[in-house]
Structure formats: structure tokens, C-alpha cells
Design a protein around this ligand. Sequence first.
Ligand SMILES: [Mn+2]
Length: 258
Amino acid sequence: MSDTVVIGDVHGCGEELSILFKRLRRWAPRCGIVMIGDLLTKGPRPDLVIEAIHAERAAGRRIRLVCGNHEPRALAALRRAGGDGQTAHMPPRLAAMVDCLAEADLIDDAITLMREAMRTIRIGGARPRWHAIHAGIDPERGLARTRARVMMAIKAGPDEDDWWWNYDGTDGLLIVGHKPLSRPLVLRRPDGRPVVAAIDTGCVYGGFLTAYRIGTDRLLMVRSRQRRQFSFRRRTSRRPTDSAWRVAAVAQARTPVH
Ligand SMILES: [Mn+2]
């Protein structure tokens, strides 16, 4: 059975996605791809995101989409804009997304893509058992009992621990994005097997676009071409002292590949 690569939050970084797809042709030639959500908003080239996905699929790559918290927003903006790309009264970043897509004559394609993504909250597989979700789960409820809205949007408040520190591992390996981190975070069991891979590395904030290959447990990172934002520099996940995961079980990212 072929392996799967999960790609973190793209957020309109179409240039970086095109570079990543190109590298995946050598790094993971026959793998299926899962894109973890937040595809089009915020970044400068949502048009290239759509074109890159179309081109990769046309070349025979299987690409599946998971819904992020930005997909419904993007779809609402695209629908409101209508066929003529009207963006009055829209928040500036959504208006910029619509303008870019209208200019490239990709409004209808964007609507189709958002609708496709919104049909799927999680995608999973076996050996090792894994699930890709945009944001995560409620560790108290587990994967099966976490509401879709929470899976798309769970995020710790300023004084709260990230959910993954309280996850007990019973639902297998969970691969998530949503919270931008300055490095990818892979939590491991004491025997080294990964249990959480958090791979939103803030491409749109000047970080990296990160892909995680499940079967080989490897990361591939493409450096962002966006301006590095000051607030992003030290985005980490603080490990609470009472977490079941030891610091030794948290692997550093492997050397970025450029
Ligand atoms: Mn998100």
C-alpha cells in the first residue's frame, strides 16, 4: 500500500506550495497527499494554490482535502462576491483573496475546491493508525466524540496548555495544523513512535511550509517567501510539567530541506 504525505496550512502561499509539490515528486513519488486545511486565505497567491493542486492532480497525484476553519469563510466570501468579483464591505484580506482569484478567473474553481474540502473533517489510515485533522481533538472526549467544529478550530487560550499535551494516544497518530509554530512539533511515545505531529509552521508568517510523511516518519520543509513577522519568531508549545509526555519524547525537527 502506498504511503501518505500530509501538508500543513498553506494559507494562500501558492509559490511555496508549487515548490513543495515539485520536491514531493522526488521525495514521495507515489504517495497520496492530504492537505490539512486553510488553503486560500491570508496569503498572496491563492490563485497559484488552486493551479498547483489542479496540475498535480492532472499529473496523476491523489490529493485529498480536509476542512480548516478558514474554508467556510473563504467559501462565504467567494459566494458573496458572485460572478463579478464584487468585494465591497469585505474584510481586506478576504477581499484581496477574491480579487486575486477573480483576476485569474478562478472564482468558480475556488468555490468547487472549498466545497470539496468542507465535506471532510478528518481523514485516516492504518499502519500506523493515523488521522489528519485541521486543529485537533478534545483530549477528554477522544476523536470519536469531539465535535467537528472543535476538530476544525481547537486552540489553547493564553494561559492554557495545547491539547496535545493531554492526549493519551488512544486514537493513534494525529497530524494537525492550525496553530503556527516556529518549528514542527512531533510528540513521541517512550519507544519513539510518533503520537502527534503539529505541522503548521507559519508559512504565511514567514516560517515554512511543512509536509510530514507518515510511513517513513520524516518531515520536508520549504522555506517561506513571505516577510518574517516578529510575533511569529518564538511561537512554541510550552510543555506542562504534569504532561504524560516526557521532554525526551519530543523530537526536534529534522534538518530542513531546501
Ligand atoms: Mn486554522
